[in-house]
Design a protein around this ligand. Structure first.
Ligand code: HEM
Length: 509
């Protein structure tokens, strides 16, 4: 009875010293600067319940009104910083190298092994080696030299669109898969059921799902759980992780083995993998993982923008007519447009920019992890913070874009008055900028000009043959795209239909 108040006094004394030390440590590190503002944290769990799980960029854009261009959340010890202005994104992510790390997730990156894929790799020597391997392959002249391998799947896609236009979403998905697999491995894919397409898609979808807030297993919060044995009751996540890790190893290992076998037999089509293998300076492990990263990072994103392109054309006939007129003047009835025609197609260039802006494929980009304490805009950013550039907010910002909801390539036309170029942000930032940007851009360009040169795209028809507005839903995960909508795709003329057939005969897939 008498002891209790004394114990309490001792306890509160220790607690006060502990809190004072914590406060002092933070305030010395923070140089007296506050963390950025944000939603009020709850006791113990901070903002864990505030983190949106679906289309988080929409909630973050709404919060921008309340908290400003830079705001902060804290969930279970992790600091999350959301940047909403181009200035902050550029100043920090482009110009300061300490933002070039990634946050390792216990389940996905460590146990399932996805941390070995370039886009998830920690900042360090291994990641640098992957980037060094990819850099020469993705130079513009190398991609131009590879043009036949882009044109072939493009022509196959045109024929598929002619035969079954209602399947456009799947045809475009197969196009991006074929183009990347040919570029990376020199392997030919005939259907979207091919394991080279299906296995990475399945694995990537699972990894992304498990990385979402609210979907990750407990081990992502309580890291020590990583060390409990697989047989332990409740350790199902470890048994699953083992299976999925093997699936990932096979996903990157199998096509690599096929390339080696084809090289040994003297029948390999030159590709990123075969070129790297010819140089003994590169380790097989580095080639396997940098090649394996390409499909994972590139197929879904490029497909998302092609899906936006079809929607934009169906709903903006004036833009479509102007783009077609420009292509017709350049091609003059001599076959399909090529990569070389690009410099003579300025309106198409604007259309491609508008595609990157209108519905960005990766609306929150990928998060960067801060490697050291930092200070910006009067705020303290603690080391280890996870920093999201809210690209969606930027792309819809009226301070940068007049009438941002409208698909309007003309906004980029006049160099004197052109609005903010989306290529400055759609492919990410600084040292982490998209490694496959030139390849993605060439694929998108070729798809846009090839499709517009031979097809008219319009809104879907109702049972009476009248045009109706397409009903669209949007992806809510890391990659967002318009999906589930219908539209009408018809050859522009009989000649256009004949041109497609002749083009496929001339250059068969
Ligand atoms: C329109 C299509 C594409 C878009 C919008 C896109 C966008 C992005 C973005 C936003 C990032 C994160 C950058 C950052 O963290 O700051 C990224 C990373 C990456 N992208 Fe792309 N991407 C596309 C296509 C491709 C293609 C086709 C490839 C390869 C064939 C590719 C390979 C990569 C790789 C390897 C990374 C990881 C870079 C790193 O962490 O060092 N991407 N991309």
């Amino acid at each position: 009875m008498i002891e209790l108040p004394r114990n309490l006094a001792v306890f509160s004394g220790i607690l006060s010293i502990f809190l004072a030390v914590l406060y002092f440590r933070r305030s010395t590190k923070s140089h007296g600067l506050p963390l950025p503002p944000g939603p009020k944290p709850e006791f113990l769990i901070g903002n864990a319940r505030h983190l949106p799980t679906q289309s988080p960029w929409l909630q973050y854009t709404t919060w921008r009104e309340k908290y400003g261009d830079i705001f902060h959340l804290e969930a279970l010890g992790n600091h999350v910083i959301i940047l909403n202005s181009y200035e902050a994104m550029h100043d920090l992510l482009d110009l300061r190298q300490i933002y070039a790390d990634r946050q390792p997730l216990q389940m996905v990156d460590i146990l399932m092994g996805w941390g070995r894929v370039t886009s998830s790799s920690r900042h360090g020597e291994t990641w640098r080696k992957y980037r060094r391997l990819m850099r020469p392959a993705f130079q513009k002249d190398k991609i131009a030299a590879h043009s036949r391998n882009l044109e072939k799947p493009m022509r196959a896609c045109l024929l598929e669109l002619l035969r079954s236009p209602e399947g456009f979403y799947e045809h475009l998905r197969l196009l991006t898969g074929r183009a990347i697999i040919m570029f990376t491995y020199g392997l030919k894919v005939d259907t979207s059921k091919d394991p080279l397409v299906e296995v990475p898609e399945r694995g990537f979808t699972r990894a992304i799902h498990m990385a979402l807030p609210g979907q990750a297993p407990l081990v992502d919060t309580f890291h020590f759980l990583r060390y409990i044995p697989s047989w332990f009751p409740g350790a199902g996540f470890k048994r699953n992780a083992k299976i999925w890790r093997k699936e990932l190893d096979d996903m990157v290992g199998d096509p690599f083995k096929r390339v080696k076998a084809e090289m040994a037999a003297g029948v390999a089509v030159p590709s990123f993998t075969s070129t790297c293998l010819e140089d003994p300076a590169h380790s097989e492990n580095d080639i396997v993982w940098s090649a394996g990263s390409m499909y994972v990072a590139g197929a879904d994103t490029t497909h998302a923008l092609l899906s936006s392109f079809i929607l934009a054309m169906a709903t903006h006939p004036d833009v479509q007519k102007r783009a077609q007129a420009e292509i017709d003047t350049v091609v003059k009835g001599n076959g399909l447009p090529t990569l070389e025609d690009r410099e003579n197609l300025p309106y198409i260039e604007c259309l491609l920019k508008e595609l990157q802006r209108w519905l960005p494929a990766v609306p929150l980009s990928l998060p960067h992890r801060l490697m050291e304490d930092d200070y910006y805009g009067g705020y303290f950013f603690p080391k280890g913070s996870i920093v999201f550039p809210n690209v969606w907010a930027l792309s819809q910002d009226e301070a940068h874009y007049k009438d941002p909801k409208r698909f309007w390539p003309e906004r980029f036309e006049n160099p004197e008055t052109a609005e903010l170029d989306p290529y400055k942000y759609a492919f990410g930032w600084g040292r982490r900028v998209c490694a496959g940007m030139n390849f993605a851009d060439a694929t998108l360009y070729l798809a846009v000009v090839s499709i517009l040169s031979v097809f008219d795209i319009s809104k879907p028809l109702d049972e009476h043959g009248n045009e109706v507005e397409p009903e669209v839903t949007f992806g809510t995960g890391v990659v967002s795209r318009p999906q589930g909508f219908k539209c009408t795709i018809r050859p522009r003329s009989n000649d256009a239909a004949q041109l497609i057939k002749a083009a496929v005969e001339e250059m068969a897939w």
